[in-house]
Design a protein around this ligand. Sequence first.
Ligand code: ADP
Ligand code: MG
Length: 259
Amino acid sequence: MMSTLASDALPEHDEQTVIRVEGVHKYYDFGETRVHALRGVSIAIKLGEFVAIMGASGSGKSTFMNLLGCLDRPTSGHYLLEGIDVAHLDKKTLAGIRNQKIGFVFQGFHLLARTTALENAELPTLYGRMGKAERRERAASALAMVGLSDRAQHFPSQMSGGQQQRVAIARALVNRPPILLADEPTGNLDSRTSVEIMEIFQDLNDKGLTIVLVTHEHDVAQFAKRVIIFRDGRICRDEPALSRPNAREVLKTLPSLED
Ligand code: ADP
Ligand code: MG
């Protein structure tokens, strides 16, 4: 796909770069106060990367993720998503792009309570033009991807936290986006369950999904391929992950819990 860039200042788009952020600033204005949450962030993320973002509370991680996920727009700077300058698109266009390109997973699972795992996973397909049978099939295959086929008819209250997060991951993947964004996805989970989620992420990444994950735990970040550290609204470190463990192997060494 060829693309034309809105600005001469930007380097030419190459097919492998799915996310390119250039000189992004974000201010939050409320009343008399103004918070400068992002202070000139630039980064390129290529197809198939698995990035962990760390940093102290308040350093701008969630603000950054919301921009990447097209949930919010930068005050200034550029954001190219697969070569498309999305920083200044209107809300409706942005929502359409988000639905196709990005899956989002949060710390709280945000599942609908009176709705089965299968129906929760199916939700994002309702905005598209898919027929009912195809939607069901997509949702079932997304649940299979996270190892939850046998829980399709369960309600959230009948599932563990780890299982609920897996339903949320299935929901994020049901439209088959190329990018998965996860903001503290293991923040509410015990350490074994966290590694199980990382096993799923590593599997998905091996299949080609680009993943950007925020975590405050080194034990979780180590499963990524690249670690970025935010400080005071800026990227202060950006390094390949050293000695990256395989989550499946790590799980063999951890005591198992009753399901
Ligand atoms: P992190 O996720 O790293 O903890 P955030 O991106 O949530 O950091 O916050 C960065 C800064 O922006 C903080 O000072 C925070 O208080 C402020 N902030 C975040 N969201 C809002 C908002 N909706 N309105 C006003 N200020 C905000
Ligand atoms: Mg946050």
